[in-house]
Write a protein of this length. Structure first.
Length: 165
């Protein structure tokens, strides 16, 4: 459950941040942001837990620079929100491994995912309001929201299926 949330948040984070930079004409930076995201995905497979903190700092600095230069704030907020989500999921997965598997582990995992997902949802709502106020709410932003909503609904369906077993 946490692995799917982690992988999707890394993809959304790097994709949203790269899209925000590409829309402002910085396609060179967008390519490096995608490389950063691919490195983050590779780091999960290689168990390089330090890379998650590095990527969070890099995404935060890039998002802040983009805001400083007046880029579209929604894409930068989305990149930052999902980078923070991915960083938290990396740390949480590491703690779950150290805890070992028992009956309470799944409950802890579900509650943590619910809390963090609600925070990400609140952040996306704030970013959407910002996009509306700046008249930048477009098809691409709507598509990102649909993807995020579908991922959230998929997690809810998975939780309900596991509770009924």
């Amino acid at each position: 459950m946490t692995l799917i949330a982690l992988l999707s948040s890394i993809v959304i984070s790097s994709g949203a941040l790269a899209w925000g930079f590409a829309q402002s004409g910085f396609t060179y930076f967008s390519v490096w942001i995608i490389v950063l995201g691919l490195g983050w995905l590779l780091s999960i497979w290689q168990r390089w837990f330090w890379y998650s903190s590095f990527a969070l700092v890099a995404v935060t600095v890039l998002a802040a620079l983009g805001l400083w230069f007046g880029f579209s704030p929604g894409w930068l907020f989305a990149g930052g929100i999902f980078a923070l989500f991915a960083w938290d999921m990396t740390d949480f997965r590491q703690r779950l491994v150290l805890m070992g598997r028992n009956d309470n582990t799944r409950g802890i995992e579900r509650r943590h995912l619910l809390r963090v997902s609600l925070l990400a949802l609140a952040g996306m709502a704030l970013a959407s309001v910002t996009m509306l106020l700046r008249w930048e709410f477009n098809f691409e932003w709507g598509a990102l929201l649909v993807v995020v909503i579908l991922l959230g609904l998929g997690q809810l369906v998975g939780w309900f299926r596991r509770q009924n077993k």
